[in-house]
Write a protein that binds this ligand. Sequence first.
Ligand code: GDP
Ligand code: MN
Length: 360
Amino acid sequence: PLKLSTNTYNDDILVVENENENVPDRENATLLMLVRNFELPGALKSMRSLEDRFNKDYHYDWVFLNDVPFSMEFIEATTAMASGKTYYSLIPSKDWDRPDWIDEKKFEDRLQLLHDKGVLYGSSKSYRNMCRFNSGFFYKQKILESYDYYFRVEPDVEYFCDFPYDPFKVMKKNNKKYGFVISLHEYEDTITSLWDAVDEYIEENSRDIDMERNSYDFITNSDIIGKFSPIVDSNSDYNLCHFWSNFEIGDLNFFRSERYNRYFDFLDSKGGFYYERWGDAPVHSIGVSLLLNRDEIIHFDELGYYHAPFGTCPGAYYLRLQQRCQCDAHAQSNIDISPNSCLMRWWKYGDGKRFVKYEQ
Ligand code: GDP
Ligand code: MN
């Protein structure tokens, strides 16, 4: 039963308790959605899918973040859909809005430039706030302080298959700090100078980076320089491969670490979140590829997922039956079989454990 006793934010955080009985042993983790009030139908769709495919057996908490207060309608409907506790938190303006050291004239000129180039979200100001927030501020939110892991969920996504395990447990047991399902190439026009900044960062912070054990080879194209590639046409050493961050499961302690924040602060100081349109996906991906060991990153091979316009569907026929998958592994939208996917590169240069079967 719903226990909605208040519609005011206490300390900017509202908590609603669902009854929680008979939950299995869980990790200290939460499902996390940054979302706008008008996206309620899409939020409910994603929640229904994840609850049905996974969380109904676990009742993990849901945390919702917004830069404006959630409406009562949003709170009631999402709490009714959740099997766990729900938390609603207002993002402080300092963590969301454009900082005052951004040059307004340059910012407006660059918005126009990306707009004219036809870049997706090229002229959106709020999209830039969102990308910067997801890159360097979500894990600083007070509401997440007490958790070790988060599972990012977006409105209007779908999970195609029953989860064969609790992914948080798999992460914990196997010492994984970042998990993904889809990896692909980024639009270069959004990150024109990102790699220059990264190069400079690496130069200044080599003590944070273990080149022997990290995934540098996954995100750079040293091996294909001078060779024909239909996809990678990058001006820098960055091959544009990134983990698609609309699905990610991460270790908050890694993001809260000094080394990740040295990395984020360095990039942020360049202004590229505003003067260009740096996405949180390449920023997270380059960060984890440089700072984590290869074997601390996990590709969840068994999880089916869709976020427009791409999906991933497990390749193994019996696994699809076993997990009641509703997807077509041979569909056009299955990114894993498209040349735009970086998954094969991950198998080759990432942790290389293509056929490990993770159990909880
Ligand atoms: P896309 O996946 O790159 O097309 O971008 P989305 O529109 O899906 O945005 C990514 C995530 O950020 C989604 O969870 C959105 O609900 C959320 N989001 C985007 N812009 C805003 C915003 O201005 N305010 C809030 N609260 N959430 C936003
Ligand atoms: Mn999205």
